[in-house]
Design a protein around this ligand. Structure first.
Ligand SMILES: Cc1cc2nc3c(=O)[nH]c(=O)nc-3n(C[C@H](O)[C@H](O)[C@H](O)COP(=O)(O)OP(=O)(O)OC[C@H]3O[C@@H](n4cnc5c(N)ncnc54)[C@H](O)[C@@H]3O)c2cc1C
Length: 471
């Protein structure tokens, strides 16, 4: 990455600045939130451009399992689930967040979630299915939608196909480094290219979809001290730019201590090991061969605790769990990579993992967990990781960014990881799939509202948008 891409994100407040091009709606960030926002603005007949720092848009969305929760969808109804409601959905999220999600924002997200999925499927042919089987823990109905492959890369590929079909320009290799403002009003953005050249794009409304701050170690240390120095498993290009621009413009931030973590990421292979193995009887042990937590507390809740144990933490399972997990591609890949050690007895496994033999034997002998682990045993070295930050710019139910006094900034919208989350105030409040729920639903709302606002403004050169301006 060129040094320039790390420049301090800031504001240029100079009425003399001219633009190479002006479009009604500009979106910063080409992940799920940005692409959905662009589709939404486009469907309101607004010309829209997406700016993405990477050569290929991927974001944390491509690293995810592509699972999106939503209620009241046609896919749910087709599966016979007709009693899921925004109120029930909000109650589930609020229960996990300890009642600390903003109730108005949460209500708007839950109410908009089903519409968003139905619209993506019917208007943009997104290939989504309702996930089979029992709901994820904490969800009182099955409401998880995903690509048939459960792959975030496939979700991104499908969104990019839809955006391309709609004729929306996604400009890649385009890192926005400065917002160009007049007071609180955003006039446009400055883009820096890999060769250090700059371009300026004017806008009627700006949507910040550049996600959170997990890729910025300084901000992680400031806002999430328990996760400072931990492995960051999200998109490294998410450096907190939205928060820094918003703060410079006078916007408030909320829930900055909130995050989605994971206490079982295979290391150094960087692949999540399903928490279902620990819920199904597996245990975590530290370098002293001892258990250090109650695994039933959950993956995100224990991320920081696992990090505190240092670099020698093992997820211990038995043949029943091991053989059952082999049908999952990620686990099978770990097996192929040699990440899974095995031992016919506790002593053998302790030797294979260089754990103190006596202590580890005692840990297994004392184990009172149901179902009990039985020899032969297997172990995967794991670490705690930060997946996604959940705090960000304060927004209202129209995805408008807010000042500390609750007044909306004139033309600045935010969604997904860039905006305040609905996952409480720390690492314990994340209900599975809150991330993409916020990204796609707020993306749709932000695109709709930004298009509405920009259509009322004189946008000098929407007709001059040069469609060859892409890479
Ligand atoms: C391993 C893993 C698994 C996950 N699984 C799930 C799941 O199954 N379900 C779920 O709901 N959530 C999941 N999440 C969380 C989910 O991926 C995120 O909440 C979601 O993808 C955020 O979407 P976004 O569009 O806000 O951000 P991203 O998808 O991260 O997109 C942000 C984009 O902005 C670009 N950008 C940043 N700064 C700039 C700039 N200055 N100029 C231009 N571009 C910029 C970035 O390059 C990036 O492409 C998972 C996360 C991880 C890490």
């Amino acid at each position: 990455m060129p040094l320039s891409a790390e420049r301090l994100m800031s504001l240029l407040d100079d009425p003399g600045i001219d633009f190479d091009l002006t479009v009604p709606v500009v979106v910063i960030g080409g992940g799920a939130c940005g692409l959905v926002a662009a589709l939404s603005a486009h469907d309101q007949d607004a010309e829209v451009v997406v700016l993405e720092r990477d050569p290929t848009p991927r974001g944390s969305t491509a690293l995810s399992s592509g699972m999106i929760t939503a209620c009241g969808t046609e896919l749910q109804k087709a599966a016979g689930i007709t009693d899921d409601t925004p109120e029930l959905f909000a109650r589930d999220i609020q229960a996990k967040a300890d009642g600390k999600a903003d109730p108005d924002l949460l209500a708007a997200i839950c109410a908009g979630s089903g519409l968003t999925i139905d619209w993506l499927v019917s208007a943009h042919d997104l290939d989504l299915v309702l996930v089979d089987g029992a709901p994820y823990p904490g969800h009182s109905r099955q409401r998880t939608h995903a690509p048939p492959t459960n792959s975030g890369s496939d979700l991104m590929a499908d969104l990019l196909r839809a955006v391309d079909k709609a004729g929306i320009d996604v400009i890649t290799n385009a890192t926005v480094d400065n917002l160009i403002v007049e007071g609180e009003h955003v006039r446009g953005v400055q883009i820096i290219r890999p060769d250090d050249s700059t371009e300026r794009l004017g806008c009627g409304a700006l949507i910040l979809a550049s996600s959170g701050f997990g890729g910025n170690p300084g901000m992680v240390a400031d806002y999430l001290p328990d996760m400072a120095g931990s492995f960051y498993f999200g998109h490294v290009g998410n450096k907190g730019d939205a928060v820094r621009w918003g703060q410079a413009l006078g916007a408030a931030c909320k829930n900055m201590g909130s995050f989605q973590g994971h206490g079982s990421v295979a290391t150094p292979h960087a692949s999540t090991v399903s928490w279902a193995l620990l819920n199904g009887g597996g245990i975590l042990v530290n370098g002293m061969g001892k258990r250090f937590c109650d695994e039933s507390l959950g993956a995100s809740e224990l991320a920081a605790t696992v990090c505190q144990q240092g670099k020698n933490v093992w997820s211990i399972i038995d043949r029943r769990l091991h053989d059952g997990a082999l049908r999952f591609p990620d686990f099978a890949a770990l097996k192929q990579l040699g990440a899974i050690k095995s031992g016919a007895t506790a002593t053998d496994l302790a030797h294979a993992c260089s754990l103190p033999v006596e202590a580890f034997e005692k840990t297994l002998a004392d184990l009172q967990k149901s179902p009990a682990l039985a020899a032969p045993y297997y172990a995967i070295r794991v670490t705690g990781a930060l997946l996604q930050t959940q705090g960000g710019l304060a927004i209202d139910k129209k995805a408008r960014t807010l000042r500390p006094d609750g007044v909306a900034l004139p033309n600045l919208f935010a969604g997904g990881g860039a905006a305040q989350g609905i996952s409480g105030t720390d690492g314990t409040g994340y209900l599975s799939c809150n991330g993409l729920l916020s990204a796609v639903t707020l993306g749709r709302i932000a695109g709709f509202e930004a298009a509405k606002q920009a259509s009322g403004l004189p946008t000098p050169a929407s007709a001059t948008c040069n469609r060859t301006y892409r890479t």
